[in-house]
Unconditional design. Structure first.
Length: 254
């Protein structure tokens, strides 16, 4: 009797990613790029595989959670963010790498650098959060400018030890200036700078008040710290209101 030959066929089932996920194959030991679209805006993402952390044939994937399109899911992650880290202007995204056996990399044996193209109107103060069910953690980020992949582009870079939901946001602070009994040129008693930039202090408007000479802005209506001292010691690192202060003009009789 002849031995029967048994042919074993192993089928690799291609992983199906959720709708809206951008996927790129890992084909080299270099930076792997992909682009993802959210609310009509294109974002490039890159992952540095120059150390060969991910085997060729793996797939790098990213999915942006849109506040408008994926509102319920967006709220799920937003509500899991620690109160002190919350910011309404968040770019929340899921990121990962699937190996050729369709298994997800979780903890990494060494850090990998990820590049995230942030919205065009974001400036330099970019913060990053790893969203965790128990305790979120801030992630160190840097801004770099690259000529690749779509011309000169600014990216936020993160060094990751593991994959998780992440969020980046622009740290911006609202600064109000209260005329404190006076008024500004437009007749208003308060003017607000919605997004403070350091050069703004050079051209601050001085309010006027009959019988008083403007001497500066302070953190309190009476007492407090002068605007100049506050800026030199702490900088603008939270929402704050400054109050104008005047010195009464005394006219002596002849």
């Amino acid at each position: 009797m002849k031995d029967k030959k048994i042919l074993i066929i192993t089928l690799k089932i291609k992983k199906e990613y959720p709708s809206g996920t951008a996927v790129a194959e890992v084909t080299s030991y270099d930076v792997i790029w992909l682009k993802e679209e959210s609310n009509g805006q294109i974002f490039w993402f890159g992952i540095d595989n120059s150390n060969g952390v991910f085997t060729k044939g793996s797939h790098f994937w990213v999915r942006i959670i849109s506040k408008d399109i994926d509102n319920e899911e967006w709220l799920h992650y937003y509500n899991n963010i620690d109160k002190q880290l919350k910011n309404d202007n968040l770019l929340i995204f899921l990121i990962g790498v699937t190996n050729p056996n369709q298994e997800e990399y979780t903890m990494l044996n060494e850090q990998v650098k990820v590049y995230i193209q942030h919205p065009d109107d974001w400036l330099e103060e970019i913060q990053a959060i790893c969203i965790n069910e128990e305790n979120d953690e801030s992630v160190y980020s840097e801004i770099v400018e690259l000529d690749y992949p779509s011309g000169k582009t600014k990216f936020t870079t993160l060094n990751l030890n593991h994959f998780s939901p992440y969020a980046i946001y622009e740290e911006k602070y609202q600064v109000k200036f209260d005329a404190n009994g006076g008024e500004f040129k437009d007749g208003a008693n308060v003017f607000t700078i919605e997004k403070w930039e350091n050069e703004y202090e050079k051209d601050l408007e001085k309010p006027t008040k009959d019988g008083y000479k403007f001497i500066g802005y302070f953190t309190e209506k009476i007492g407090g710290t002068s605007f100049e001292k506050y800026l030199a010691e702490a900088g603008i690192d939270n929402d704050v209101t400054f109050y104008a202060r005047g010195e009464e003009i005394i006219i002596e009789d002849d």
